[in-house]
Design a binder for this molecule. Structure first.
Ligand SMILES: [Zn+2]
Ligand SMILES: [Zn+2]
Length: 139
């Protein structure tokens, strides 16, 4: 039986369930993630078919660029999803999962764009931009 994880936004209006193993958490320090989250983005991902959303009517999508959109709860504002328009996978904010999620940090991306007020010193691999190795766990 596939591994199941659940999560939600802060108010609970949007809930989700994932099937299968979750990828390690990727920390994205790009300016878009910084602005949206107020700090940096921490996300795992799954293939589209492995994500089931309830309360989807409370989910709003913001087209942050031509390439991707960002899903958040329109009731409480929690950031939940990042979706590349051309890929059949979806990133999910690590902090939105119910605990224990078993998630672990994997790498940092877009480190050149990080906020000036903190240092990255956890020893995980750092990438200037994105990296091709960021794929779902169960491929
Ligand atoms: Zn909410
Ligand atoms: Zn980013």
């Amino acid at each position: 039986m596939a591994e199941i994880h659940t999560g939600s936004c802060l108010c609970g209006a949007v809930r989700f369930k994932t099937s299968g193993r979750l990828r390690g958490v990727v920390y994205c320090h790009c300016s878009q993630c910084r602005k949206q989250s107020g700090h940096y983005y921490a996300a795992t991902n799954v293939t589209d078919v492995d994500l089931e959303v309830t309360g989807g009517e409370n989910l709003t999508w913001y087209n942050a660029s031509d390439a991707a959109r960002r899903g958040f709860c329109k009731v409480c504002g929690s950031a939940l999803f990042w979706k590349h328009n051309d890929l059949a996978e979806i990133s999910i904010m690590a902090g939105s999962f119910d605990q224990p999620s078993g998630l672990k940090g994997e790498r940092h991306i877009f480190v050149e764009d990080k906020g000036e007020y903190y240092e990255i010193d956890d020893g995980l691999p750092c990438h200037t931009r994105s990296t091709a190795s960021i794929r779902v766990a169960n491929d």
